[in-house]
Ligand binder design. Sequence first.
Ligand code: AMP
Length: 443
Amino acid sequence: MATEEKTFSDFKLNKQLLNAIADMGFTKPSPIQEKAIPRILAGQDLFGIAQTGTGKTAAFVLPILMKIKYAQGNDPRALILAPTRELVIQIDREIKELAKYTDLRHVCVYGGIGPKTQIEEIQKGVDILVGTPGRVMDIYLKGELVFKQLKVMVLDEADRMMDMGFMPQIRKFLEVIPRKRQNLLFSATLPDKVVTLSEEFLEFPERIEVTPQATPAKLVEQKLYYIPNFLTKINLLGELLADEETFSRVIIFTKSKEHANNIFKFLSRKGKGETRVLHANKGQNSRINAIDSFKDGEVRTLVATDVASRGIDVSSVSHVINFDVPVIYEDYVHRIGRTGRANNTGTALTFCNPAEKYHIGKIQKIIRMQIPVEDLPANLEILPTTKEERQKINKEIDHQKRRENPGFKGAFHEKKERKKDSPYLKALNKKKKSGNRKNKRRR
Ligand code: AMP
């Protein structure tokens, strides 16, 4: 049966934030968000153990935005310290997107460039300051920052900050900022140094942890398909489901309600057996009925967004198909955990378009293994990518490159490189070759 899933509207967030969350395409809170947001809103100190890719940034940014609500005065009321320029920029970008319907002012500061422009930004008035400890301290020591209004302080990636020798600066901060404030500490790992810091920095903290399950269910065979676009993904899905015996009970995961509905329509139209769709817009009863019919074997395919992934406990699911690669990386482990249950073996297939390759890289790090790549079936029709989808894919790739390297100049400079080692071209060439071989044999 489906467990009661939280949605963002369950938290007491205002309309501006909920709209920004919807614009970002977040359909449901990630596990760390589910745990952290209510606690931070309630004013608790928090010690979060979570890696990048868990949604931890939004987990602290959202309640901070909610707490400080609108622009006020000139001095920062929230200070977020992070170890590197890249991370500072990334956090600031997330704030920009989530705060887009508010008038909150945020500034990010880091070393490697002169402080002049950063100081000018601060002088215009700032509500949230994000920075590396060294640079924030430099600006403070120049007398350009006042911390009297500080209500919340966040230390992100504390383990890296410790490794980079920021402890003395952090101690200095603790001396100059107001005693009465809320403190949040995030770290991917738990070395002694971080535990010591947490004791100095936090008061009666609540510790929350999201440890990505390192090894996916052993009984699950995983396969990865590189597929250029949505329509070809649909074609492959149809092709695979033609084998009714092997693909007897299948859950298809998608990233959005729209994809889920489109796939549902496609499967119903093509007569691919009984199918049901499961997502947040469906009422609780309809969800339970869908899962029950699936359990009973009346329904062959269940199309679901992640909202359903944790609640489904059905044995002998033959295949999990990730029609879209999950961007909350632990969801990959949760999703494929739906098959291979109770000593049954199962197969998890993941369809990956060029923009999703980045996320596969991150997932492989978390599961500490490479997902074996499967050739596309020789008879699969590869459809052209629509202009709209191509633009979307290129935009996402640009965004990812900027995330990894804020100095990145744009897709144009990279086009040639990308073509050279494209797994899509490799997969296609391989497919062509094997197709030729088969044709020869036939002749
Ligand atoms: P982080 O762990 O904060 O680096 O976030 C990893 C990625 O997940 C970022 O691209 C976020 O924008 C995205 N993200 C954060 N929360 C959610 C959510 N609830 N649903 C989908 N994506 C999210």
